[in-house]
Design a protein around this ligand. Sequence first.
Ligand SMILES: [Zn+2]
Ligand SMILES: [Zn+2]
Length: 152
Amino acid sequence: MNFEINKLLLEEKIPFEFTLKNEDVKDIEGKIGEDGALARGTIEKLSRGTFFVTVTVEMTMIYPCARCLEPTPVECSYEYSETVTVEEDEVVLNLVPVVEECIYINEPYRVLCSDDCAGLCPKCGSNLNHEQCSCDKNGDLDPRFEALKKLL
Ligand SMILES: [Zn+2]
Ligand SMILES: [Zn+2]
C-alpha cells in the first residue's frame, strides 16, 4: 500500500497489486468481505511529485438491503484513476486513500437482498421475508388517530 517515492521515480510506470481488509479503510458505506479487496493498477510518473494512479478494485462488499437491512453481499469491480500529488518531504506514496475513493464513488445507491424482498413491517419492524407478523397492514393509521376513529 506504501510505495517508496525514490523507487517510483526510477520508472515511468510501475504496476502494483495489494489486498486491503475492511479495517484498513474508513469513509465507505459498505463493508469489505472476509477475503479483502484486491487492488490492482499502475502508478505512472508525471513529474517529481505527481503520479497518475489507475486502479481496479475487486471484492465482495456487504451492504444493508435497502428494504429489510439484511447484510447483502455484492460482487464488485470498481475502477478509478486520480492524479496524486505528494509533498516535497514525503518518502512514501500511500495508495489506501486512492482505493477508498475508488470504492466510495462507485458504491451503489441502493442494494436489495432480492428483487422481491418484502422488507420490514412498518409497524413492528419484523422482517417480512422470514416471519409474518399480526399487524394490520391495511389500517395504516397513526395511533393518535385510532382514538378519533372510535368516535366516528
Ligand atoms: Zn431485503
Ligand atoms: Zn408487524
